[in-house]
Design a protein around this ligand. Sequence first.
Ligand SMILES: C[S@@+](CC[C@H](N)C(=O)[O-])C[C@H]1O[C@@H](n2cnc3c(N)ncnc32)[C@H](O)[C@@H]1O
Length: 207
Amino acid sequence: MELDERTRASVTAYDDHARAYQESLRLRRPVADVRRFADLARRDALVLDAGCGPANDLRLLRDAGVHPVGLDLSLGALREARMLLPRHPLVQAPYHAPPFRARSFGGLWLSGGFNHLRREQWRPALAALLELLDSGPVYFAALRGTRDLAEVEDPVLGTVYVSEAVDAEVKALLASHGVRDLSIEVRPDPIHDRRRLWVVALGTYRR
Ligand SMILES: C[S@@+](CC[C@H](N)C(=O)[O-])C[C@H]1O[C@@H](n2cnc3c(N)ncnc32)[C@H](O)[C@@H]1O
């Protein structure tokens, strides 16, 4: 899968602003979602945080009783994550070529992970990530809307390119890949602008 130039430019923005990004999100994490996710996982399950950024959720997931592995394409974000979590498993790789064996995880956490991916790449990227899952919970949060790598001036990251989906699309995407018992919610963005909406989905994947 060839990554769009705009995806690469967005990842570079995380390289350059990882610390500021981490700090801007630190106090507004989806704590209740992490607990619901962990409750659906096996105790001590290995879970994949795909697009983990500078470790915004890795500690929360760990504290909730699962073992998260962070994957991200941004080396700058992973360096920041490494400072917070000196001995934690962190891997630099794109979603479509994760360096793990099939069925080695018991959960998939994707919080804003597809925000900078071309919409037509969401399906193959999700398929590649679900290959890694044996069974377990799947969390998926995406910006709500219809834009496809549209240019956005982010107050922390500078120029990034953003893709979005509406609730029905998120539901169809996850259901068609075998994610069941889906709950889908639409929520205001807690940080930048409450008029911006997120679609937040949680379900369970079983083979
Ligand atoms: C919106 S941030 C989400 C960070 C974190 N999960 C959170 O909730 O704050 C998106 C992350 O996905 C990463 N990313 C974007 N495209 C990627 C790709 N194709 N493969 C791997 N990581 C990617 C970016 O580097 C960035 O860290």
